[in-house]
Design a protein around this ligand. Structure first.
Ligand code: SF4
Length: 361
């Protein structure tokens, strides 16, 4: 079924909205729960598969132009380390990417929130696409359902245990659809994931962070810091000119964190740019007193960015210095970099037309 901009998409609706829709089409109230299970638990691709939903109700949906958005798996690449990168096509022919990362008994899925991105971080391959459009809530959650089907085929018994919104796009720049997708993924009638196992990663869109703090949902929050001062951050992450480090950190101090939760700061180490021991000292100073941890991510080189990965010695020295200054610091080893699935490398081959690019408001 094709995606029409104003069409009602069953996969994007909350359970309450599904109930209202079913009622409007003359269906019995319990049909909404049945429908919801087909869409979000069984992950059906077409309403024709919802065998216990009366044909008359399905026909009524069809007549009214109600759709069920479904992603199509165009390609799966498998890394030697077990990471799988899926290229997924939306019903209007857009490509996005989603990555499955096995780690012991954990299986983390990195999902996309937009087609491309408007934020223009200089080390990121997705940035080069520009922003083509937001993903709908249905398209965001469907990444999890197609991954679930892939795992059932290739690794029977393996569940997706963790979700990170760290794929293509800035999640808080697509606030409404991302928060709707979080509600859907945590529903006990669907994927039933716990907020404790879901992380939303942002470059630091201050209004979005404030808004998230006011919602009744509590995913983990990760923030890409990537520099120890505004001078460098202005260059590698242009969003810093709008929301400099001090404003970002103040916003995070006011964020209503649940007990025993910490904010994760991400720090992509770029050789000669932000990896000195002075940088390490400044980072530790910035984060002092925060309930937080720091993930140090050595840059994954790709042809779309001019940066290099620092040497092992530099990486170790940076990490050690921050840790010595009292910040819980972890080294994130690149996963799936042989298939360009590692952090910052997600960029499908779709070429946007200039007229399609969306500016950051
Ligand atoms: S790092 Fe994230 S926010 Fe920055 S350009 Fe890439 S996808 Fe967008």
């Amino acid at each position: 079924m094709s995606r029409a901009d104003n069409a009602i998409d069953l996969r994007s609706l909350s359970l309450e909205e599904t109930k209202e829709l079913v009622a409007k089409h003359g269906g019995k109230p319990y049909r909404a729960q049945q429908l919801w299970r087909w869409v979000h638990d069984k992950g059906i691709r077409s309403l024709d598969e919802a065998s216990n939903i009366p044909k008359s109700l399905r026909a009524s949906f069809d007549e009214a132009g109600v759709i069920l958005s479904s992603l199509h798996v165009a390609e799966v690449q498998r890394s030697v380390d077990g990471t799988r990168k899926m290229r997924l096509e939306t019903s209007d022919g857009r490509s996005i990417e989603s990555v499955l990362i096995p780690d012991g008994d954990k299986m983390t899925q990195c999902i996309s929130s937009q087609v491309g991105c408007a934020l223009d971080c200089q080390f990121c391959a997705t940035a080069k696409l520009g922003l083509m459009r937001n993903l709908t809530a249905g398209e965001i959650v469907d990444q999890v359902y197609v991954a679930k089907a892939l795992l059932a085929e290739e690794m029977p018994g393996q569940r997706i245990t963790n979700i990170v919104y760290m794929g293509m796009g800035e999640p808080l720049h697509n606030f409404a659809h991302v928060t709707q997708s979080l509600r859907i993924l945590t529903s006990d009638l669907g994927a039933n994931l716990s907020y404790r196992r879901i992380t939303v990663s942002t470059v630091g869109l201050v209004p979005g962070i404030r808004k998230l703090g006011q919602e009744d949902i509590r995913p983990n929050l990760a923030v890409s810091l990537n520099a120890s001062n505004d001078e460098v951050r202005d260059v590698i992450m242009p969003i810093n000119k709008k929301y400099p480090i001090a404003v970002l950190l103040q916003t995070l101090r006011e964020f209503p964190l649940e007990k025993r939760r910490r904010i994760t700061f991400e720090y992509v180490l770029l050789a000669g740019v932000n990896d000195s021991l002075d940088d390490a000292v400044r980072v530790a100073k910035l984060l002092k007193g925060f309930p937080c941890k720091l993930n140090v991510i050595p840059f994954n080189p790709h042809p779309l960015a001019p940066y290099k990965r620092p040497s092992v010695e530099v990486i170790d020295a940076f990490q050690q210095r921050v840790r010595d200054l009292g910040i819980a610091t972890y080294l994130r080893t690149p996963r799936g970099d042989d298939i360009a699935a590692a952090c910052g490398q997600l960029a499908n081959r779709e070429e946007p037309k200039q007229s399609e690019l969306v500016q950051l408001r």
